[in-house]
Ligand binder design. Structure first.
Ligand SMILES: Cc1cc2nc3c(=O)[nH]c(=O)nc-3n(C[C@H](O)[C@H](O)[C@H](O)COP(=O)(O)OP(=O)(O)OC[C@H]3O[C@@H](n4cnc5c(N)ncnc54)[C@H](O)[C@@H]3O)c2cc1C
Ligand SMILES: *[C@@H]1O[C@H](CO)[C@@H](O)[C@H](O)[C@H]1NC(C)=O
Length: 605
């Protein structure tokens, strides 16, 4: 066992440590981490792991999984190097203990982080956050698995390098992005997913007595024998072990020029199919009820082009708790409770025009916005998330979805639709809007439908064809049995996408029903399972959730009263909706095969 990563632990004895020393240091780290979590009432996001003497709980950054259960674990370990990580994995493997990798913020919505039972081990990558190597000549950077996107971008820029395409939110970690296939938007080059830019990886998986019950594998794109395994590890849902190190291929830092252009959405179907080929960083924000689309015209420009633009995305900024509470209780809860669709539409218009005036958080020089185009360096425009570094202000401000304040609470339905059928899908949504013009005002409160380009890619659980990824965010009631306004339209769009158009769900978002049968749409899913069997034959990194999603157990739908309201099932009986509140299970209006919770009384209003 000779890890190439430097030792990041403080005062940790290096070399081939004897087990005594390792256990002692690990113990100290676990206790120190626990104490830190308990003593600081920070305004940056909370640690998703909470441990007491009787065990641990784990949640995501929203504080709620789709089924609202709480996940338990027996303990949490915070290794600070690959070597410690291998000891942790080995020790748990020896006693056949279930494990899950947990990141600093745990941003995925589905139950990917939950180990089965109550005795599992949470392996946190919080302190595996070092930059291992910066290779300017080869345009590469090697980082530990827990490094955040923000760190990655900053460190690369210091060396004059950049990742061409990334997600838009700083808080994700390298391991987590690979876990779920996270992406930005582009059809150019190798594509917009982080995994498309991976050159090498190191992963720690369960082993046998010969290797201390933990095996460290090195995978390299230049070694042919690595290819099959790389295709599995690049998008792994966390079931293959812990990725300890990743080497990414970068580019020389460049500048780009961005203009948001607002148009009517009548030809959106046509445009969406071709826009991604016209601009390298194209994306589209769609406001279907306002019948508008905002096109991001965004391309590389020469380094001489003047401008020092900055993107500090407004929805990812630290926001006063008072504002959040106000928006939640009036614009959402009140309007929902009295079925005030007009009120929602008015608020949506106000919010989108405010964002538009504020250029969505863009400035030409880091201070003010004076007009398009905004020209600047890639590292200042590609991603943001300043709510992560909120001051310790006792929750006066926070990320808008921080569960400790009364703020955003939403469902997110996110899937990719093949480029060849995207026009037809968009036109189907437009037909629905013709029938129910106000139906998507609620989605516009969350800045509309974000449409991003993703490219077909070789990982077994990656995108199967070039596609447009649709990101739809909408109100979720604190009461799981409470229906939402135009529930039926959102459900119809969701089912239309998944069933009629064979969409692929984003692994890190969505509600349970989106994953039902989804694995069948991956042509090499069996290859993935082969690698899983080789890396983790006992399934220690697997859970009921991942088995369901991977088709090894019955699907992840949960059928019970009210289940369709939370996307835990597709309704087949009225009881799956909210008949006592006037919502019954009915066929879709455009896609007749859909079964959706429709409010019957609204017909007569
Ligand atoms: C505000 C916000 C903005 C977002 N923006 C985007 C976006 O622009 N594009 C996009 O595609 N997605 C986006 N997402 C979703 C996000 O990409 C996924 O949820 C992502 O996987 C979360 O990363 P994470 O580091 O929080 O990982 P987690 O959610 O903690 O983990 C995800 C999975 O990866 C596994 N895992 C984590 N680390 C490792 C490791 N080192 N080794 C092995 N397995 C590991 C975990 O066990 C889990 O199964 C966004 C989410 C939020 C909250
Ligand atoms: C090693 O594994 C055993 C059995 O699961 C567990 O009780 C012990 O706490 C583990 N040690 C560490 C340091 O994780």
């Amino acid at each position: 066992m000779t890890p190439t990563s430097p030792c990041w632990s403080k005062g940790f004895k290096m070399g081939m440590p004897d087990s005594e020393t390792v256990w002692a240091s690990l113990h100290v780290i676990v206790i120190a981490a626990t104490a830190m979590i308990m003593s600081v009432s920070a305004t940056p996001p909370a640690d998703p792991i909470r441990c007491t003497s009787s065990g641990c709980t784990i949640t995501n950054s929203y504080g709620a999984f789709p089924d609202r259960t709480t996940c338990k674990a027996g303990a949490a370990a915070y290794p600070t190097s690959e070597e410690e990580l291998a000891w942790v994995v080995g020790n748990a493997t020896r006693s056949k203990r279930k494990m899950k990798v947990v990141t600093r913020f745990s941003h995925s919505i589905p139950k990917l982080v939950c180990p089965d039972g109550e005795e599992g081990l949470l392996v946190s990558t919080k302190y595996m956050n070092g930059i291992v190597r910066v290779d300017q000549e080869g345009m590469r950077m090697s980082v530990e698995g827990g490094v955040t996107l923000r760190q990655l971008i900053e460190e690369a820029a210091k060396a004059g390098m950049a990742l061409p395409y990334t997600p838009y939110w700083w808080g994700l970690t390298v391991g987590g992005m690979l876990g779920t296939g996270a992406h930005g938007s582009s059809l150019w080059g190798k594509g917009s997913a982080l995994h498309d830019h991976v050159e090498a990886m190191r992963i720690v998986s369960p082993g046998g007595p010969g290797d201390g019950y933990a095996r460290i594998r090195t995978l390299d794109a230049n070694t042919k024998s690595s290819h099959a395994e790389m295709n599995a590890v690049k998008v792994s849902l966390g079931v293959l072990g812990v990725i300890s190190q990743v080497t990414l291929k970068l580019q020389p830092l460049f500048k780009r020029s961005l203009t948001y252009s607002i148009k009517g959405d009548s030809d959106l179907g046509e445009q969406a199919a071709s826009f991604g080929n016209q601009h390298e960083f194209a994306d589209i924000m769609w406001y279907p009820s306002q019948q508008k689309a905002v096109y991001r015209i965004d391309d590389r420009v020469s380094l001489d082009a003047s401008g020092n633009g900055l993107y500090d995305s407004t929805p990812f900024r630290s926001t006063p708790s008072l504002t959040l509470a106000l928006v939640r209780s009036t614009a959402e809860e009140l309007q929902e409770s009295v079925n005030d669709a007009d009120g929602k539409c008015n608020t949506a218009k106000l919010i989108s025009s405010t964002l538009q005036t504020g250029a969505y958080g863009l400035t030409n020089n880091g201070v003010i916005f004076t007009g398009y185009p905004v020209i600047g360096y890639q590292n200042r425009l590609q991603s943001s998330g300043t709510c992560l570094d909120s001051f310790q202000d006792g929750l006066i401000t926070a990320c808008p979805w921080d569960p400790r304040v009364k703020g955003e609470f939403f469902h997110q339905t996110t899937f990719s639709i093949g480029l060849s059928v995207v026009k037809s899908f968009i036109e189907d949504i437009q037909k629905l809007i013709t029938l129910e013009p106000k139906a998507l005002c609620g989605v516009e409160l969350y800045n509309g439908i974000l449409m991003r380009y993703v490219k077909a890619s070789s990982p077994y659980l990656g995108k199967q064809e070039d596609a447009v990824d649709f990101d739809i965010t909408y109100y979720r009631s604190k009461n799981p049995l409470s229906p939402r306004l135009y529930e039926d339209v959102l459900e119809e769009i969701e089912q239309m996408a998944l069933i009629k158009y064979g969409a692929l769900p984003h692994w890190g978002k969505n509600r349970n029903l989106a994953f039902d049968g989804a694995i069948k749409r991956y042509k090499s899913a069996q290859e993935f399972l082969k690698v899983k069997k080789m890396y983790d034959p006992m399934g220690l990194f697997s859970s009921e959730w991942t088995d369901q999603v991977l088709g090894l157990k019955e699907g992840p739908s949960i059928v019970r009263d009210g289940c369709a309201l939370e996307g835990l099932c597709i309704c087949s009986q009225d009881a799956h909706c909210a008949p006592n509140k006037g919502y019954y299970c009915k066929p879709g209006k455009v896609y007749g095969e859909a079964r959706v919770c429709t409010r019957i009384s609204s017909k007569t209003q």
